[in-house]
Design a protein around this ligand. Sequence first.
Ligand code: SF4
Ligand code: MG
Length: 272
Amino acid sequence: MRKELEKYFRTEKLPHIWCPGCSHGILTGAVIRAIDNLKLDQKKICIVSGIGCSSRAPGYMNFYTLHTTHGRALAFATGIKLANPDLKVIVLTGDGDCAAIGGNHFIHAARRNIDITTVVFNNNIYGMTSGQYSPMTPRGAYATTAPYGNIDRSFDLCKLAQSAGATYVARGTVYHIPQLIKLIEKALQHKGFSFVDAVSICPTYFGRKNKMASPVKMMEFIRDASIPIKSAEKLSKEELAGKIVIGEFYEEQAPEYTEEYAKVIEKVREGN
Ligand code: SF4
Ligand code: MG
């Protein structure tokens, strides 16, 4: 374990800043395990993040990494991938960073089917800025900015990704780690825009505001609310309310953006 720690983490940057019981360490570990299981070349990986608690993860990881501005990780990642298509580019983002401030970048990266893997650390709240509701906060849940309960409807990020054009879409949770690692592995192997919604916990803000006094209670909530996609298909919309549907939602092969872009460059060179 010590060997893996030294190989994949910048140990001089540890200990991390995350609160006790936060699941961001579990998710960072899941990404590392997926990379290790696939034996990917560490020197050919670039991990990009925006702003937020989850976006601190690349700072601890021993790869090429870039910590960018709020919501813009996918814009930076697009530039990196176009400049060097041989790199495996991974975006680690939070639900606020990805679905609100970076919502447009998310939609258009999916639409272009650029070969980037995005893993959203989805804890249903803005953690770093002290618990404001995000587009993933469920209706009726409490947040610093929703003391009487959130009245906004939340996104289903997997449906959004698929309808925008992502060609691999899956959801896992921090309670189901072996499955989540497999989903991230599949995403990393996929050519095109791959997306994994990783449902996670913020005990400090979402937990406290929503009467889940401990990280264990939050994990139990995720365990009890989760349902595999095969079982979910048999349920009505009403029966699915409040459930976390997990598994693979979508996979297809489609033209990839950097390859299409290379063809345009070739045409320009040939003068056609
Ligand atoms: Fe984790 Fe929430 Fe603490 Fe941020 S505020 S480190 S998301 S527990
Ligand atoms: Mg969040």
